[in-house]
Design a protein around this ligand. Sequence first.
Ligand code: AMP
Length: 470
Amino acid sequence: MAFHAASGTADLLPERAHDFHLIERAAQQVFGLYGYQQIATPAFEQTDVFVRGIGQATDVVGKEMYYVFSQDAATKLVEKTALKADQRLALRPEGTAGVVRAAVQHNLVPPGAAPARLWYAGPMFRHERQQKGRYRQFHQIGVEFLGAAEASADAEVVLMLMRFFVACGIPAEAMRLYLNSMGDDDCRPAYRAQVRNYILAHSGTLCPECQRRADTNPLRAFDCKNPDCAAVMADAPRITDALCPSCAEHYAQVKALLVTEGLAFEENPRLVRGLDYYTRTVFEVQVDAGLGAQNAIGGGGRYDKLMEEFGGKPTPGLGFAVGLERIVLVLDELRVARGVPPATEVFVAGVVGAAASGTASVAGAAGAGATAASSTAAASAQDTKLRATVFSTAEALRVAGIRTQLDHQGRSLKSQLKLADKLGVCHCVIIGPEELAVGEVVLRNMQSHAERRVPLQKLPEILVEELRSG
Ligand code: AMP
C-alpha cells in the first residue's frame, strides 16, 4: 500500500524548505529592526484557548478545528464519559490565541512595563476545503505587540508588515494594503445591531448561512463569497460611519501616519476579517498574482480585549499573521529569483581497493579510476585505514567550517569524482595509499583540474584560505 501525505497537507521538499528559511530570515531581520523577539508556543492547546480567543461563532473554531485526543481521552469519548478541560485539546488554527495565553501565563507584560514585542513561526491547522493557496496544514509567521494602545503602534506594525513582504522579494507595487476600523465596545454593538437589521431586512436575497449569521456573527456576512450576498452587503451600513469619536480619531491618526511615511493603502469598510477578537484597526494585504481566490497573503489588527479574555489585566494589543505557502506562490508567479541552498564546497575521495588493482598513487589516477576491492587481508586492512582517514579528514574540514561530503559506499575514484562534479564542489581532496603512507593528500581544483600534494595536517587551514580567496 502506497502512503501519501494527508489531504490538504504537503511535504516541504528541500527547495521549498529553503524558501521558507529565507522568509524566516527576512522576518528575523525586519522584525529585529523593530525590537521583536521570537516565541514558540505548542502546536496544540486546550480547546478552550481557541474558543475563548477566536470565538465560537467563527468558521475557524465552529467548523475547521482539528481535535486531539490521547488514547485514554479517545476511549472516554467512545464511552461517552465527560472529558476534563485539559483532555479537550485542539491543534492550533492560528497563532495569536496561544501567544496571548502564554503572555498571560508568564506575565510577559506586567503593569508599567514596556510593551512585549513577540514574533512566531510555525504550522497551523484548519479543516478547510482545499484549493490553491488554501491547505489544512499551512505555515504562518506572525507578530504580537502587547501593551501599546496608541495609533502610532498600529501604524508601526503595518509599516513593518509591508517592509517584511518587500524583504521577502514581493515588489511593493504587486501588493494592495486594505485598512479598516472595527470600532470598540462603545460603538461596535450598535453597528452590529444595524447590520443585523439590514440582514434581516434582506434575508430573502441572502444565502442561508448569512441569514443564520444575523444572530451569531452578522459582520461575517461581509466575507461571504456568494455573489448575491456580496451585492446586498455592498450597500450595508458602513462601520466607518458608525465609529465613536475616539475610534474615529484613532483611525484618522493611523491613516495620517501611514500617509506621512508614504505608504499606499485603500480603505475598505467591508474588511471585517474572520476572527472575533479584533477591535479598531484591521488590515489585510492582497496580491493579484498567482493565488486565484485565495489572494490574501497576510492580515491582522488590534485586539484590545483579548488579554482580559485569558484572565490577564486589561492590556491593549495588536498583531498580524502571514501565510508562507502563499508568499512562495507569489514569488514563483512573479519569478522572483531566490538564493539557492549553500552548496557542498569540498569532496573527500578515497582510493579504495587501490592495493589490489596496483594503482598505488593518486596522481594521474583520477581519470583511470580504481577498481574492485582487494581480497587480500593486507589490502583490506589498508582500505579500512584509508576509509577511516577519509572519514576523519571530512570531519576535520567540517570542524573548520567547510561544507564537506564523502562517499560511504566504496565507489571507484572515477565515480566519486563524478559525484563531486555533480555536487558542484570547488575542491576535491583525494587520498590514496601512497599519500596516506607519507601523511599527504592530493588537492584537486575542480575548475582548473590542477592538482598538488599538501600535508594532511595542514589541509583544513589551506582549504579555508583557498575558499576565502575565492
Ligand atoms: P488568518 O489567520 O485567517 O488571518 O490568515 C492570515 C494569513 O494566513 C492569510 O492571509 C493567509 O496568507 C494565510 N492562511 C490562512 N489560512 C490559510 C490556509 N488554509 N492555507 C494557506 N494559508 C492560509
